[in-house]
Design a binder for this molecule. Structure first.
Ligand code: GRF
Length: 196
């Protein structure tokens, strides 16, 4: 069975990366992570190392500008034969050189029911502040417009009266960890690019 070659972009803890690593342990899972790219040192890189996955770090300070950094990342992903890019807690906005090169082949997981609380790194806190009774998570296609690409899947999470950012984030992330592997599995079975 040929498995979809996935590159994962990370900046932080890497719990969504870990969920994908867990899923691909099943020999019948139709995708595998072949490269993890980070924009800084982070715990996610350690998880990749432990799983024996190739890793690369692209610090902005090592390049003339964001475009140069993203071009280097594109080259590295291409060298690894990556067919699908998953942004899993990656906290930089991708340049046009990147979104054009992998058009329809980049997905992101965001901790809200998009289009609510788009374009922020603080979507969980914003949901609490807005006193919504329900929030959730979304997997969407990445386009040049931040958090605005076609939505592939969503999961709803109830907001409880006694929730803090931490408790709410924990429940949202629990949903993310099952949703992301499901979406990647679905995409592995269909022709890419994703047209929405
Ligand atoms: C996730 O909640 C995701 O929705 C957001 O960043 C967080 C990353 O968490 N984009 P982790 O690094 O996967 O643990």
């Amino acid at each position: 069975m040929s498995r979809l070659r996935v590159g994962v972009l990370v900046s932080g803890r890497g719990s969504n990366l870990q969920a994908l690593i867990g899923a691909m342990k099943d020999p019948l899972y139709p995708a595998r992570v072949v490269l993890v790219c980070a924009n800084r040192e982070c715990a996610a890189l350690e998880l990749a190392k432990k799983a024996g996955i190739s890793r690369a770090t692209f610090r902005l300070a090592d390049y003339p500008d964001r475009k140069g950094r993203d071009l280097a990342m594109v080259r590295s992903l291409r060298l690894h034969g990556v067919e699908l890019v998953v942004c899993a807690g990656y906290d930089a906005i991708l340049e046009r050189v990147f979104t054009r090169e992998f058009a329809g082949r980049i997905i992101n997981i965001h901790p809200s029911l998009l289009p609510q609380f788009a374009g922020t790194m603080d979507a969980v806190a914003m949901a609490l502040e807005a006193r919504v009774t329900e929030t959730g998570c979304t997997v969407h296609v990445v386009t040049k417009d931040v958090d605005a690409g076609p939505i592939l899947a969503q999961r709803r999470v109830e907001v409880r009266p006694d929730d803090t950012v931490e408790t709410l984030r924990e429940r949202i992330q629990a949903e993310e960890h099952t949703l992301l592997p499901v979406v990647v599995r679905r995409l592995a079975g269909q022709a890419l690019p994703i047209t929405g």
